[in-house]
Design a protein around this ligand. Sequence first.
Ligand code: FDA
Ligand code: NAP
Length: 451
Amino acid sequence: MGISGRRDQEIYDLIGIGFGPSNMSLAIALEEHGASAPQQQPVTSHFFERQPTFGWHRNMLLPSTTMQISFLKDLVTFRNPMSRFSFVSYLHAANRLVQFVNNQDFVPTRQEFHQYLEWVAAGLRDRVTYGAEVTAIRAVAEPGSRTADLLEIEVRGGDGATSVVTARNVAISTGLVPRLPEGVTGDDRVWHSSEFLSRFNAQAPDDLKSVMVVGAGQSAAEITRFFYDSLPHAEVSAVVPSYGYSVADDTPFVNQVFDPGAVDEYYFGTERGRDAFWRYHRNTNYSVVDSDVIRALYQRSYDEQVRGSRRLHFRNLTRVTGVKRAGSGTQVVLRSLLDDRTEELAVDALVFATGYDGLDPARLLGDFDQHFERDATGRHRVERDYRLVTASDLTCGVYVQGGTEHTHGLSSSLLSNMAVRSGEIADSIVLRRTEREMDRTYPVAEAPSAA
Ligand code: FDA
Ligand code: NAP
């Protein structure tokens, strides 16, 4: 489907916003639902992706980086191990299944997983328009209806032209939002990790004699290692807010927090139970690093001590409190947590690997957001089927994939539960459509008045 200035007449069952792993998985779940229930009307859907071609965190596709999950946590297997879109099917198509097994590794490289996702995206190309950014969503009533049962989705194409498509549901799956410390803005020498490779590749390596990475998460550790290995002449500094990098807990009992069953326990559990998930298991994902990367960095540091020359510096218990520009130079302001002293340093490139905020649907919903309920702390209320709870009698649905850590738990932004989640959303769309059709066919009879 192209983007034109005119209004598209078709009413879709679902428009998907973003075509990263979440909505790819949903597109497959809808296709496979149709195949398993040929007697039902197929769910009509289309997806919009603002990137010009498929890409999954391309700016962090650094050499030697690996996935943080098993290859079996692909887009489909936990929902349908027979799917033609499994990682194993991809390996077979790439003629590498035997070698993959010989390699005896559960965790592929990010590069290989990216190739898998590209292969899936190619198989779904008729369902997605690239270079198309959704800019707004609003509710409208179907002719003859008094409730807002349709959604209008405004889409801006690569050429700047805007079009509007209409749907009964949307799935907002627009991903994580890069976060910089308060008061810091980016430029060609101050980058967030999410833009790392494109910024790095735009520099002449000789101009990068002193580089600094801020943060103690996986992104920070990977970028520090990459800088050290690819800029042999440069001083590389890592600003670590903790005493040292902490390891990401991926041991088997703890890993159960990402199981599909944990979603129910989190969703239907008590507030105390949900707190316990976070108190005990935040270190599965946030501000932590895989042990192989920690060891690789320590090995480099130790080798320097043996050689007696140092260019890799760790500033632990330190936070960045500001960035100053002086002409073309960049000064970073560091505060030590040990003695509260601040110091300023000049750097040629400063990378903030300071994490992300979760998906926030309010950004796209604009004024329409007032129709959705919030909890006491101001967060969206979300049904178990990932549909935002409506405050009014809207019948159209807004589903979210991401931004549900407060309702569905730790796997909200991750791949772990994606296959199952997208199956649940597909089922919900079909079920609610059937209920709507039943309501139309058999309208509720008016209660007889008392004689
Ligand atoms: P994702 O961010 O992948 O996709 C969202 C898409 O929406 C993007 O393509 C974006 O361009 C598009 N978009 C945004 N706004 C739009 C708009 N208005 N209109 C149209 N399109 C729009 N998790 C895990 O379980 N295992 C792992 O190994 C990793 N590895 C990893 C590495 C790195 C570097 C990061 C930053 C994150 C991870 N993650 C991860 C977590 C990550 O969130 C997860 O792997 C998926 O990317 C989540 O997929 P989504 O489709 O939800 O978001
Ligand atoms: P993150 O885990 O949220 O880490 C952000 C880090 O920045 C934290 O250590 C934080 O410290 C620090 N920080 C924030 N503000 C700071 C400041 N002003 N000064 C110093 N430090 C500051 O973010 P991430 O590393 O980008 O990881 C995000 C997600 O992407 C995770 O799910 C991760 O697993 C994933 N990821 C995966 C891969 C892979 O698959 N290979 C690669 C990269 C990322 P505090 O906590 O103290 O604030």
